[in-house]
Design a protein around this ligand. Structure first.
Ligand SMILES: [Zn+2]
Ligand SMILES: [Zn+2]
Length: 161
C-alpha cells in the first residue's frame, strides 16, 4: 500500500534507493540554463524536502560541486543518474532538491511553480493556473503556510546560482 506522504525512488541501475518520508515543501520546474544543461533537457523538476526527511535505503552516492555556484549535484557513481541537488546559499541549506523524475511515481508531484521562465524553451506552453516567474519568487507569495512553518523560511531575496 502506498502511504500518501511517502515517496520512494532511485537511480537507473537501482544501486541507489531512497525514500522521502513526507510531502515536499514545494515542487519546482526550473527552466534555467544550468538545469537545462545538467539534465540535458528543457527543465528540471525538483521536490524540495528537508534533508532529515530523506532516508537512503541503499547505495553509495557521489557528488559534484559546480564551480562558481552554490549547486552540488548528487548522483549514483555506477550509472550517473542525478538523484538530488543541494543549493548551499543559506536559505535552503537544510533541504535536498529531489529529482522528481527519479521517483517511482513521478506523476504524483507535478510542479507547484515554474521558475526562471526567462530562459525556458520557446515551444513550452506553461500551464494556466500554475504560478510562473521569470526568475525566482518570494516564498511568502508562493508556498503554502504549512511549508513555511516547516522550514522556518525567512524572507530574504533568494540566490539561485
Ligand atoms: Zn545507479
Ligand atoms: Zn535551475
Amino acid at each position: 500500500m502506498t502511504v500518501e506522504s511517502e515517496y520512494e525512488g532511485g537511480c537507473s541501475c537501482r544501486s541507489v534507493r531512497f525514500r522521502m518520508n513526507t510531502n515536499p515543501l514545494i515542487v519546482h520546474a526550473c527552466h534555467c540554463r544550468q538545469c537545462q544543461r545538467v539534465t540535458g533537457s528543457a527543465f528540471v523538476m525538483n521536490a524540495l524536502v528537508e534533508k532529515s526527511q530523506v532516508d537512503i535505503l541503499c547505495g553509495d552516492i557521489a557528488q559534484f560541486r559546480f564551480p562558481d555556484t552554490h549547486h552540488t549535484a548528487f548522483f549514483c557513481p555506477e550509472c550517473a543518474t542525478y538523484v538530488w541537488s543541494e543549493y548551499k546559499s543559506g536559505r535552503f541549506d537544510d533541504c535536498w532538491f529531489m529529482r522528481v523524475g527519479t521517483l517511482d511515481e513521478p506523476d504524483r508531484l507535478p510542479p507547484s511553480v515554474h521558475i526562471y521562465t526567462e530562459s525556458k524553451q520557446p515551444w513550452i506552453i506553461l500551464p494556466e493556473g500554475v504560478p510562473s516567474f521569470k526568475q525566482f519568487y518570494r516564498i511568502s507569495d508562493v508556498w503554502e503556510e504549512s511549508s513555511i512553518i516547516r522550514i522556518g523560511a525567512n524572507w530574504n531575496p533568494p540566490v539561485h546560482k
